[in-house]
Design a protein around this ligand. Structure first.
Ligand SMILES: *Cc1c(COP(=O)(O)O)cnc(C)c1O
Length: 223
């Protein structure tokens, strides 16, 4: 499918979910997850006026986005994948928002990077709602301490993010993340992907991360 058409379709689906949830579509930011796709696949979405994109790897983003940013104004780039502490400074220079803050060592590394480059980037704390540590995310029991540490370090925290287990109904996890955010005074929720973003919107998502429904299926990762 043509990218501009796919974009219109996703916006329509977001609008329909918002209507059912009695929410305003402007409350939901669509992050187009462009990981694995090259500039030739991304440019049609930029040409169609979309500006908010997400990547899951610092190196891949560094290879693709500086050129695209020269060609298109107003790009907003989100990091949605696990971040190694030694890449914190690269990430802070390249991205406008980080969704994967999930451990004390990364709070320290990001605070240092933000100070060094004089740029404070909004962050979501990723929560391991499904007890799948391999996906990253802070254990639920450790969340209050991590939030306190991040606030002490003056990290601009805006909300919580999760990736629920692939084989389970996502709604209970989205509802749980919403409760955790409310309990901790955080207003934004990064949740919902191609297969479940409408459910996420009905449960309060403010940022949905949609890849394959916009770009088509990704090639299998190299082994
Ligand atoms: C790849 C990815 C997405 C998008 O997944 P789709 O199913 O292709 O929409 C969303 N969030 C994260 C963290 C991802 O890594």
């Amino acid at each position: 499918m043509n990218a501009a058409l796919a974009l219109t379709e996703i916006h329509d689906r977001i609008a329909r979910a918002c209507k059912i949830a009695r929410r305003e579509p402007a409350e939901v930011s669509l992050i187009a997850i462009s990981k694995t796709h090259g500039p030739e696949a991304i440019a049609p979405l930029l040409d169609a006026g979309h500006r908010v994109f997400g990547e899951n790897r610092v190196q891949e983003a560094a290879a693709k986005w500086p050129d695209l940013r020269e060609r298109y104004e107003g790009v907003e780039l989100h990091l949605v994948g696990q971040l190694q502490s030694n890449k914190a400074e690269d990430a802070a220079r390249l991205f406008d928002c980080i969704h994967s803050l999930d451990r004390p060592s990364l709070v320290t590394a990001l605070a240092k990077a933000f100070d060094k480059i004089g740029r404070q980037i909004p962050c979501f704390v990723q929560v391991d709602v499904g007890e799948e540590p391999q996906k990253g995310g802070c254990p639920v029991a450790d969340l209050p301490a991590l939030l306190a540490q991040a606030r002490d370090a003056s990290i601009p925290l805006i909300g919580l993010m999760c990736v629920p287990p692939a084989d389970l109904e996502p709604a209970p996890f989205f509802a749980f993340l919403d409760k955790l955010a409310r309990d901790n005074g955080l207003g934004s929720l990064s949740m919902g992907m191609s297969s479940d973003f409408e459910t996420a919107i009905m449960l309060g998502a403010t940022h949905v991360r949609v890849g394959s429904a916009l770009f088509g299926e990704r090639a299998a990762p190299p082994r």
